[in-house]
Design a binder for this molecule. Structure first.
Ligand SMILES: [Zn+2]
Length: 272
């Protein structure tokens, strides 16, 4: 069954929810994970989907060019990495427009979106209508289950058409005891690889899947920030030194395709 490797392409501090003034002073380290990732994807002949963050694109347009030249899909991850629920509809529209302006020099037109922190939930479904109005074809932001920061319990886990006509590729997950484990990120770094592979193989027998990743997960020497919420510290820093070894196994064990390829193939089969 089809499987997609997606990258939320941002610098190491973007997921830590630090004040903007503080992040301006921080060291930029995106190149560390960026080059490791492009190297491994190329070695395994994998084409991925990159959800690009505007702030990092503005600072490193040459890296976006490299992603494009490698033949990966370019998509949008907002400009400054806000929690969608904490933005007004107009702020959200501004975030995606600013991000897409930065993608334009590299790609004609655009298709896909992923919200920072998977933060489109029941309280801000209006964001999906703004995406539709702005010309997006698909969204891959909704975690169908419970996470500590977001999620919609009971949301359809299959690729499906939203009421507004856009396509949704929900974040893949599986249940262990009473917890929903996402396919990627800290969940992947925490679980033993063999067990993760077993659960993922079972999941892919049921439906196409999506794996999520960040370049900074290859950067195990990134600074340790004080004053960040304890749970966020755990999910951000846990087992970073094991990432590379595990990703290599994942790339060897599964076959991947860009998200839009899987989405449109599946959509055609479903005929909806
Ligand atoms: Zn992100």
């Amino acid at each position: 069954m089809k499987f997609c490797f997606t990258v939320d392409w941002e610098d190491w501090y973007h997921g830590l929810r630090l004040p903007i003034e503080e992040t301006k002073k921080l060291e930029r380290r995106i190149k560390i994970g960026h080059y490791k990732l492009l190297e491994l994807l190329s070695k395994h002949k994998i084409k991925a989907t990159f959800f690009l963050l505007g702030e990092s694109m503005e600072e490193f347009p040459e890296l976006v060019q490299e992603i494009k030249e490698e033949g990966h899909e370019l998509a949008c991850h907002t400009y400054s990495h806000p929690f969608v629920i904490e933005t007004s509809p107009e702020q959200f529209r501004g975030e995606i427009r600013r991000c897409m302006e930065l993608i334009k020099p590299f790609q004609n037109g655009y298709e896909g979106f992923r919200a920072p922190y998977f933060s489109i939930n029941q309280s801000c479904l209006w964001a999906l209508d703004i995406l539709k109005e702005e010309g997006f074809i698909y969204d891959s932001s909704i975690f169908p289950g419970n996470t500590f920061r977001s999620g919609i319990i009971g949301f359809d886990k299959n690729i499906h058409t939203l009421p507004n006509g856009m396509l949704e590729f929900p974040i893949s997950n599986f249940r262990i005891a009473k917890f929903d484990f996402g396919v990627g990120g800290a969940y992947f770094r925490t679980l033993p690889y063999k067990y993760f592979k077993y659960r993922l193989s079972n999941l892919l027998k049921q439906r196409p899947g999506v794996f999520y990743f960040h370049p900074w997960e290859f950067d195990h020497k990134q600074p340790y920030m004080k004053g960040v919420q304890a749970r966020a510290v755990h999910t951000h820093y846990h087992n970073l030194h094991k990432t590379e070894q595990k990703i290599k196994k994942l790339f060897s064990d599964f076959e991947f395709a860009p998200l839009k390829e899987i989405l449109f193939a599946q959509h055609a089969v479903a005929g909806n």
